[in-house]
Design a protein around this ligand. Structure first.
Ligand code: CMC
Length: 431
């Protein structure tokens, strides 16, 4: 981050305050307001952080107007085409693509951590069978801090590293266990001869009484879904992880906070909500009514899987996801999936509608992912857990970046207070 020679000047009641302008390697310049309160005794007001950079970061970059997403500089389309999830994990965590030996070592380290402490099984059994797997995951991931005491010291870089590897390795196991528990099937232990994605499919779909063979094409599709969700700069759940981590909370507690935030339908919960919406629409004749409702200001109904705070163009992840949806359904011999038909037609109609054009609302990553996951055999309740396990590497990379930053401070937003001013307590008889 370089300081330019430019300054921004703010004028309040005839007094001027100069603030440095910082230049990122890509994206708009940033006005450094850190000293503003000390100098001018004012705060800035930006609910939703629409114009505020809360940190500097060198992990992921989004150009919302171009519809571009880069992980450490590499375009998501190239990674989705040529890379694989564990390589992307390495890239996000360490900043560079690994050579062959580094990749083998990393794979080995992740693979050796895929099992969870046997006593954690008891945690799962404490949940109701019909618990949403996200609810189970928030609890169980938070509980990891009660099991892995040797990776809780955030001031020790080695422990931070171990915590990162544990989380990347164990989240698929925990998500699969949450699923198995919810359907009353026995937990399936990880199988280290399988790939990261293949192992996850195995833990979800294998049963002790018969062999389960992972189909390579589905394994590849799963792996792509993981890569596409791996990081997305300072989104709500990542910012939650950073804010929780800024107080010095342990990494497992921080990731549990991130999972809780991701669950909301405006964020990662949109993939489940989107498939439910497509099911509710049911057939192409009902699309105009859905569009009408989405445009009605008095109706809270929104097209799920549409719109994004940053993308004002196609979400590049949605393009890859749409291709994958076609491939997976083709492979599974599903040629007239009604949900895919509804989704494609809904996208076509919405993209021609002045409301969506003016507001620059395009399909996002969640629009097609549910169709693929459903075709693979996942129930809707597993869509957001799959998002969570895929995003774990992004959360932990951003957390590590923050903790390693010597300028790191506890996150502490200010407020525009609009409540009552000082008043005196009245005894109950006097109220
Ligand atoms: N359907 C209909 N109208 C919409 C939609 C939508 N999906 N999204 C935004 N709008 C309208 C909104 O009503 C507002 O209109 P107006 O200016 O007249 O008040 C305008 O577009 C701007 O919307 P906003 O809510 O102020 O924008 P935001 O940046 O705060 O919200 C969003 C972004 C993703 C939360 C929102 O677009 C949304 O709710 N989309 C549906 C949920 C969804 O698909 N979420 C997944 C996001 S991608 C994956 C992830 O981040 O987890």
């Amino acid at each position: 981050m370089a300081e330019t020679k430019k300054t921004a000047t703010l004028s309040i009641d005839g007094k001027s305050y100069d603030m440095p302008v910082l230049t990122p390697t890509a994206g708009p310049e940033v006005i450094d307001i850190r000293k503003l309160y000390a100098q001018a005794d004012v705060f800035t007001y930006d609910p939703g952080f629409t114009s505020t950079a809360a940190c500097d970061s060198s992990i992921t970059y989004i150009d919302g107007d171009l519809g571009e997403l880069l992980y450490r500089g590499y375009p998501i389309e190239q990674l989705a085409d040529k890379s694989h999830h564990l390589e992307v994990c390495y890239l996000l965590l360490y900043g560079e693509l690994p050579d062959a030996a580094q990749m083998r070592d990393f794979e080995n380290r992740v693979t050796r951590h895929t099992m969870v402490h046997e006593q954690m099984h008891n945690f799962f059994r404490g949940f109701r069978r019909d618990s949403h797997p996200m609810a189970t995951m928030v609890g169980v991931v938070g509980a990891m801090s009660a099991f892995y005491h040797d990776s809780l010291d955030i001031n020790d870089p080695w422990q931070r590293e171990v915590a990162a590897i544990r989380m990347i390795a164990k989240l698929p196991t925990i998500a699969a266990m949450a699923y198995k528990y919810s359907i009353g099937q026995p937990f399936v232990y990880p199988k280290n001869s399988l790939s990261y994605a293949g192992n996850f499919l195995h833990m979800c779909f294998a049963v002790p009484c018969e062999d389960y063979v992972v189909r390579p094409e589905l394994e590849r599709a799963m792996d792509r879904i993981m890569m596409l969700h791996a990081d997305h700069e300072q989104n709500a759940s990542t910012s939650t992880v950073r804010l929780a981590g800024s107080s010095g909370a342990n990494p497992f507690a921080c990731i549990a906070a991130g999972i809780a935030c991701l669950w909301g339908p405006a964020h990662g919960g949109a993939n489940q909500a989107c498939l439910e919406m497509l099911r509710e629409i049911g057939s192409v004749e009902n699309i105009p009514e859905a569009i009408r409702r989405a445009k009605d200001k008095n109706d809270p109904y929104r097209l799920m899987g549409f719109g994004h705070r940053v993308y004002k163009n196609f979400d590049p992840r949605a393009k890859v996801m749409k291709e994958s949806a076609d491939e997976v359904l083709d492979l599974l011999g599903v040629h007239d999936n009604p949900l895919l038909q509804v989704a494609k037609e809904l996208e076509r109609i919405a993209l021609e509608d002045p409301y969506f054009i003016e507001k620059k609302l395009y399909p996002n990553v969640d629009f097609y992912s549910g169709i693929i996951l459903e075709a693979m055999g996942f129930p809707t309740s597993m869509f957001t857990p799959i998002f969570a396990l895929s995003r774990t590497v992004g959360w932990i990379s951003q957390w590590k970046e923050m903790i390693g930053d010597p300028q790191q401070k506890i996150g502490r937003p200010r407020q525009l207070y609009v409540g009552p001013t000082r008043r005196d307590y009245l005894d109950v008889e006097a109220r």
